[in-house]
Design a protein around this ligand. Structure first.
Ligand code: GAP
Length: 506
């Protein structure tokens, strides 16, 4: 039987060093993954593009980093201890645990959004649902808190928690940072870091993890100015892709604000998120949409909640990769009450006091990395490749000596060292050139350079482009400029030379 697209990508990902199960030699546990050398490159590139896009939206946006273990009181105040629950049902025979809502949706093909324990239990009983593993009976549904706790200290009597979202760090840092940044709103505090959730059944491979990375920007702003943004006019004609009434519609930012009554401050940031996917990451338009979550579905802290969804064939369709969350004063107010510390913003003249509201731009880094693998994977008759845009490709360029003799390797190594200063370069001297091309295509390397006997004479090399497999001949000394033009300035291969007749790739 032919492998599914998911299996094909996972084979490449694990064998070539993108991602593989963590602690594998001791038997991997579901929901824990290692980024190999290629996966780490893509992740870093994605994170840096994220920083460049979102931290430059305002001079008062900054990144912080924080501990991941936090006191219990933090999560009493944030509401996670009470509300951060998933519905659990367990097989009474083999003790396999299921997320009850997912199981019911999968088996009965219905939407159970917002149903409580009793209603889910009733649905399971009425439809005689059984364990998918052993057909054993399933327990009544109960809510299960998704946070990991741990005992801290020598006596181990203090219970602390691993943060289930990076967002709490900026809320806890708010008091210090608003002073350090001279009391100016909006103020943005971002974290790129780990979060932990004891997911009940992390079955979807690299999608639902127990330890994962989030990139989240918390924007603290004056709630009196929610319908203002000084740049709104420049984006008002931008057409947002929003799923509503069973299809993706294009709605201008102006209409979102004027007709649908979403505040300007919120809509402006929807635009910036969509631009990030379509213009920076080059995700095809047909694979991106926002979806609004209704009151039953949205997170307990949100007043407005749009998910960022990507159409991922490996995971069966539209999947959440992030969200744009208007959290109001939920968190700062909770922490002010819980800690007894004043978290109000006081205007310079002392006349206005209020708790800032928060708009959160939230992204799951791992899901976004997987999305790149899914979206840019391509199969052709002779090869598989990742058609990554230059900005996220894990390797920019590979250097090959045609043969291992007559000073060609020395010349190739010299070139490798020259290019290494500016690009991610990989050196490969084993196997036929055709095989070396295939290996680089398979991991998405954008360009390959081959040095041959002519290179010894005139210092020229062959430059081959991954997607078209077209080749040109260029001077080695010009490669830094040529590659920069191709990768960073939107130039194309034929701007630098005529296509040459290439040998068939074997
Ligand atoms: N701070 C808000 C927050 O945490 P969320 O919707 O629970 O909101 C934000 O999570 C993003 O984090 C999700 O859109 C998703 O991309 C990622 N995420 C959440 N749970 C995850 C998990 N178990 N594995 C991988 N990524 C996850």
């Amino acid at each position: 039987m032919e492998k599914s697209k998911y299996e094909k990508i996972m084979d490449i990902a694990t064998k070539r060093g993108f991602v593989f199960p963590s602690s594998e030699i001791y038997g991997a546990r579901a929901g824990f993954w290692t980024y190999g050398h290629l996966g780490t490159r893509i992740k870093q590139r994605w994170e840096n593009l994220w920083r460049k896009t979102f931290l430059t939206l305002d001079q008062n946006f900054f990144e912080i980093s924080d501990c991941t273990i936090m006191p219990k009181k933090v999560f009493e105040s944030s509401g996670h201890l009470k509300n951060f629950n998933d519905p659990l049902t367990e097989c009474e025979k083999c003790h396999f645990r299921y997320r009850a809502d997912q199981l019911v949706e999968e088996e009965l093909k219905i939407d159970v959004t917002g149903l409580k324990e009793d209603a889910l239990t009733r649905l399971m009983k009425d439809n005689k649902l059984k364990c998918q593993n052993c057909r054993g009976s399933l327990s009544d549904v109960r809510f299960f808190n998704m946070m990991f706790d741990l005992r801290v200290g020598v006596t181990g009597d203090e219970i602390m928690y691993l943060r289930p979202e990076s967002a709490q760090s900026p809320y806890l840092a708010y008091k210090r940072e608003i002073e350090a940044l001279r009391k100016k709103l909006p103020m943005g505090l971002a974290v790129i870091g780990s979060a932990f959730r004891n997911e009940i059944s992390p079955r979807q491979g690299f999608f639902r993890l127990r330890e994962f990375i989030q990139a989240e920007l918390q924007i603290f702003f004056d709630p009196g100015q929610i319908n203002e943004h000084e740049e709104f006019e420049s984006v008002q004609g931008y057409r947002l892709k929003v799923f509503s009434e069973k299809k993706v519609r294009e709605i201008s930012a102006k209409e979102m604000n004027e007709k649908l009554k979403f505040p300007k401050f919120y809509v402006y940031h929807l635009v910036k998120v969509q631009e990030f996917y379509l213009s920076v990451l080059k995700v095809p338009e047909s694979k991106f949409r926002f979806r609004e979550l209704g009151a039953e579905e949205r997170a307990f802290y949100n007043k407005i909640h749009f998910d960022i969804e990507l159409d991922l064939e490996t995971l069966g369709g539209w999947k959440e990769a992030g969200g744009v969350h208007y959290r109001s004063d939920h968190d700062l107010l909770g922490h002010q009450t819980g800690s007894g510390e004043k978290l109000e913003f006081v205007s310079d003249d002392g006349k206005r006091r209020f708790i800032p509201h928060v708009l959160e731009l939230s992204f799951g880094v791992d899901r976004n990395v997987w999305a790149l693998l899914d979206i840019f994977f391509k199969e052709e008759k002779e090869r598989t490749l990742f058609e990554f845009p230059s900005v996220v490709a894990p390797v920019d360029v590979a250097v090959f000596p045609l043969v291992n003799k007559e000073k060609i390797p020395e010349l190739a190594e010299h070139l490798f060292k020259e290019l290494y200063k500016n690009f991610n370069v990989f050196y490969d001297e084993s196997g036929s050139i055709g095989k070396r091309y295939r290996r680089q295509d398979e991991v998405g390397t954008k360009y390959c350079i081959t040095l041959d006997f002519d290179s010894l004479k005139d210092n020229s090399v062959t430059l081959r482009e991954r997607d078209s497999m077209k080749q040109i001949r260029v001077k080695a000394a010009e490669l830094n400029i040529v590659l920069d033009g191709l990768m960073n300035e939107g130039k194309v291969l034929k701007d630098f030379g005529k296509f040459i007749e290439a040998e068939p790739e074997k």
